[in-house]
Design a protein around this ligand. Structure first.
Ligand code: ADP
Length: 163
C-alpha cells in the first residue's frame, strides 16, 4: 500500500484550537495531511486566503507531515487530481451532522472513491467555532484560550481600535 494521504478542507476563518486538535489527530492516522483552505467561500471571510494559510502554518509544529494549501474550486476535483481518497471533517455535535452528512454523500457522488472520515476533538473544543470566536473577539472578550497565539494577536489588532 502506498502513502496514505488525507485532505482536511475548510474555511479556517480563523483557525481555532479545535481545528488544530483535529489536525494532530488526523496525522496519527495518515502518513500525510493536506489542509486545504477554501478560497471561494460563499461567506465573506474576515481573513484573506493568504492570511488563513499563514495562520495555520504558524500554528503547527514544523516536524509534522502537513501541507497547507489553497483550495480553489471543487473539493472532489482537487482530491481526484491529487489522487486523494480521504477527506477529514470535524464533528462537534449533532448540529454538525446534517450538513456534514449531505456533504459527504455529495462528495462521494462527485468522486466515488472518496471516503469522509469524521474526527471528534477533545471535549473542551466541542463548543468552539470560528464564527463564535470572531463574535466574542469583536465584542471585546478574551479569546486567547480558543485560538493559537498568532490568531489571538491578529484578532486583537482588528478589534482593538488603539492597537
Ligand atoms: P467550513 O466552512 O467548511 O465548515 P470550518 O473552518 O468552519 O469550515 O471547519 C472545517 C471543518 O472543521 C469542519 O468539518 C468543521 O466541522 C470542523 N471544525 C470546526 N471547528 C471545530 C472544532 N472546534 N472541533 C472539531 N472540528 C471542528
Amino acid at each position: 500500500m502506498g502513502m496514505r494521504r488525507a485532505l482536511y478542507p475548510g474555511s479556517f476563518d480563523p483557525v481555532t484550537n479545535g481545528h488544530i486538535d483535529v489536525i494532530y489527530r488526523a496525522i496519527e492516522l495518515f502518513d500525510e495531511l493536506i489542509v486545504a483552505i477554501a478560497e471561494n467561500d460563499s461567506k465573506t471571510p474576515l481573513f484573506s486566503t493568504e492570511e488563513r494559510v499563514e495562520s495555520v502554518r504558524k500554528s503547527l509544529r514544523n516536524d509534522i507531515p502537513v501541507q497547507v494549501l489553497i483550495l480553489d474550486g471543487l473539493l472532489a476535483d482537487f482530491a481526484k487530481k491529487n489522487q486523494i481518497n480521504v477527506v477529514i471533517r470535524g464533528l462537534r455535535a449533532v448540529s454538525d451532522f446534517e450538513f456534514e452528512f449531505q456533504m459527504a454523500l455529495m462528495n462521494r457522488h462527485l468522486h466515488p472513491q472518496l471516503e469522509t472520515v469524521f474526527l471528534t476533538p477533545q471535549e473542551d473544543y466541542t463548543y468552539l467555532s470560528s464564527r463564535l470566536v470572531k463574535e466574542v473577539a469583536r465584542l471585546g472578550g478574551d479569546i486567547s484560550k480558543f485560538v493559537p497565539p498568532a490568531v489571538a494577536t491578529k484578532l486583537k489588532k482588528i478589534y482593538t481600535p488603539c492597537l
